[in-house]
Design a protein around this ligand. Structure first.
Ligand code: FE2
Length: 232
């Protein structure tokens, strides 16, 4: 039983949005994702850190959900900035149920207990800097902070592993509000995605203020889910 993470699958089974136009790193990416997941087992859990499907609504993303559902083990998903199909959790759960999708659950104001003592927490996150951010950005940031705090609170005394779409530490940027919540709740590790291509050179990985930061966007990790907890 192990915990894995990968972000930004950007699947496009029903939408003509092939990612290989963004360069050779994305060539045959769907088959590479399928191959990447093939090494996992039914007792494993994978957190998908947003930007799952290019579909514009649930129906358009159905084939992508079916593909994700076919991967071994349990999948926990959170919202990315391109997940236009995202809806209320009750609508998404109803849609999955009526389409026989059984292995995907949602990280949204909640947490998932993992093993004896760990918890999977998270939300989408946001890029926000007080000096340059607009009022609109501030509003989104505050909502994301509330979601993250609800998730961290729900984890109680468990060891907290946080999964976001937007990295809170990237290049010279640090999202002080999110990092403050990490400190307050004693977060152990933070995985994020969203960053691709040339921007990957600004990725921050390693320990920052007592939290281990890891980038799991699909092209950064060669489309292979990354082991976070447990053994491969
Ligand atoms: Fe993104």
């Amino acid at each position: 039983m192990s915990l894995y993470a990968i972000g930004d699958l950007h699947l496009s089974s029903s939408v003509n949005k092939p990612m290989d136009v963004f360069g050779s790193a994305w060539e045959n990416y769907t088959s590479r994702i399928i191959e990447g997941f093939s090494t996992l087992g039914e007792n494993d859990t994978t957190v998908l850190c947003g930007d799952l499907s290019w579909g514009m609504d649930l129906a358009q993303s159905l084939d992508d959900f079916k593909l994700i559902d076919s991967f071994p083990g349990k999948k926990i998903i959170l919202k990315g900035n391109h997940d236009y199909w995202w809806n209320t959790v009750s609508k998404m759960k109803g849609f999955f149920e009526s389409n026989g999708i059984t292995s995907i659950d949602f990280l949204n104001n909640n947490c998932f207990e993992y093993g004896e003592s760990a918890a999977v927490c998270g939300t989408r996150g946001w890029f926000y800097e007080e000096e340059t951010g607009s009022e609109h950005d501030k509003k989104i940031m505050n909502r994301e902070l509330m979601r993250l705090e609800a998730s961290l609170k729900a984890a109680g005394e468990r060891e907290k592993y946080v999964f976001l779409h937007y990295p809170p530490k990237f290049g010279s940027y640090a999202c002080v509000e999110i990092l403050e919540l990490f400190r307050k709740y004693g977060v152990k590790c933070c995985c994020a995605g969203h960053i691709h291509g040339k921007s990957l050179k600004y990725v921050f990985e390693g320990e920052y203020d007592g939290v281990y930061h890891k980038m799991v966007s699909a092209d950064y990790v060669s489309f292979q889910p990354q082991l976070i907890l447990g053994s491969a």
